[in-house]
Design a protein around this ligand. Sequence first.
Ligand SMILES: [Zn+2]
Length: 215
Amino acid sequence: MKHRIRTAVWSLAVGVVAVLAFSAGALAGPLTGVKITVDPGHGGSDPGAIGPTGLREADVNLRVGTVLRNCLVEYGGATVQMTRTSDVYVSLADRVNMANSWGAHRFISVHHNSSSDPTVNGTETYAYTYGSSLSFDLRNKVHAQLLAWGGLPDRGARTANFYVLRYTNMPAILTEASFISNPYEEARLRDAGYTWREGYYIYKGIADHFGVPYQ
Ligand SMILES: [Zn+2]
């Protein structure tokens, strides 16, 4: 009888430890508790910029944004809100309201650039003109990682009055990693491996900003 009770207690203890270990594995990470809104620009009736052979910026933004979400969740343990997960139109006000009402800690808008000059390529990353020092730090860390990602010309860590930067309540940035209007770059942006790395490097920049290791 005593033996049976001891066995039962032992089994229960093992079970509790197993549950705790599973929870830790599923939830714990260097970004656990951090709420990040990922905003793939454009979508639906608004395709954004269109490449020389028809690649839509909205589709590239969604691909990169989805990779970014996966890296933040799976490697960082962060909690991520997406402003869209399919090819639908979402107004700028709705994107901002989503992040503000959720209480996001950071807001990352993913875009790609366009120029009437097809030879232009390079990386730009934006924070709000009157943004906080935290937003500038986030912008600078992500910009540095995006330069490491593409090795493209450095067109600057910049400021702008973009709607999603201006009206979000939390530190917010907008990435323009490269120019979809450049034929060579458009071809690369069609490659899922290339855009996977772009999302991964944005994640690395966010980890740098929080001063935590990345995978
Ligand atoms: Zn755009």
